[in-house]
Design a protein around this ligand. Sequence first.
Ligand code: UD1
Length: 432
Amino acid sequence: MDKFLIQGGKPLKGRIEVSGAKNSALPCLAATLLTPETVTLHNVPYVKDLITQRRLLEDLGATVLTPELRTHKITAKNIETFEASYDLVKTMRASVLALGPLLSRFGKAKVSLPGGCAIGTRPIDLHLRAFEQLGAEVSLESGDVVATAPKGRLKGAEIDFGKVTVTGTENVIMAAVLAAGKTMIRNAAKEPEIEDLAGLLVKMGAKIAGAGTDTIEIDGVEELGGAEHSIIPDRIETGTFIVAAAITDGELEIAKCEPRHIEAVIDQLSRAGVDIETIDKSTLRVRRRASGLKALDVTTEPHPLFPTDMQAQYMTLMTQAAGRSTVTETIFENRFMHASELIRMGADITITGNQAVVNGPKKLTGARVNASDLRASASLVLAGLCAEGETIIDRVYHIDRGYESIVRKFRAVGADIERRSEQLDGEDGFEV
Ligand code: UD1
């Protein structure tokens, strides 16, 4: 198992590039199951979750060519099985995104029910209820979700999500694009990844209006064809880099990003004392203001408000801000596991229910800490970068799931961070 060794206290300076969005690439790869023709996807991040998603497509019978590291040419012509195995689903919950497209094109799908995960129970009941509204029969057999369209084809329906769900919205869009008739999705998730998926599907011939708003209208078509599409930049990686510049008191030029997608993050961090300048439409220049970081409360909410996937990184920043701030998590229960590790590094954080109270600034000192989930791992890297002395982060496979070459990217801007593999000391593990 790999670990990171960080010698903190080095200001990060220079240019850093953002990779493609993991959470957009995952549904876009799943969408290729909707057509027998070839779909070419560019800017796919080279991260473990995408390698898992690619394996899922190949297990189903799709051909995936990779002419370049971040370009996939996927042809789902000879689909042989309609089943995503437990082995895949247990490592990556987003495997459930295979359900919508398989059900839509072939009228049958079987996917292991994802188990409990580190950041809460994360059910998929809303996905399944929506499939039923589209005419599917859904049952649970030995831990697998089995969904079939009894008449071969799903039928458009009115779907009103009781709760905003990102992958649920994506799954239902993919189920509805080949259904007979019209589907209305109300209380849909508005994340940029939904718009990106819809953009790809429209290129494939789908009829979708309203993606990016809370009401999405889909006119089912008979078939979809090939397309070429480039994945949007990763907004959470962008936000993580903004915090990295501010927390190390450095200056980063963050390139290949999409500032429009993280307005709430930019606004929150600006008000907390981070100077974020837009150089051009895909580049930001970030540094801490001379007046220093100020404590500022935050609450996570669905897009376009402050994302839960930036909560852990923001909490780490608040340990360095002057004053008392509260961090309230409304999307997932049990998403404060980074807090106990930050406390071990010297942070003053108290958790009550879904709220953390952070008193700052507190000097952080290096420690041996455990990465518990993807974004928690990122927050610990940020803490290590600003701490005095050496931080060792264990179980960094979590960060490999969603951050491309984080060691290489941070080293290039002056961080003293290295990856150690327990088997092969000094080997650069998953980095490219
Ligand atoms: C996606 C993102 C994840 C992000 C999250 C919230 C991907 C691959 N993952 O996860 O990084 O943290 O959005 O922005 O895009 N819920 C139910 N029943 C359901 C579905 C969801 O109760 O059927 C609940 C969840 O437990 C959670 C809330 O709804 O409390 C939001 O979850 P959801 O938006 O579905 O998260 P994901 O799509 O899993």
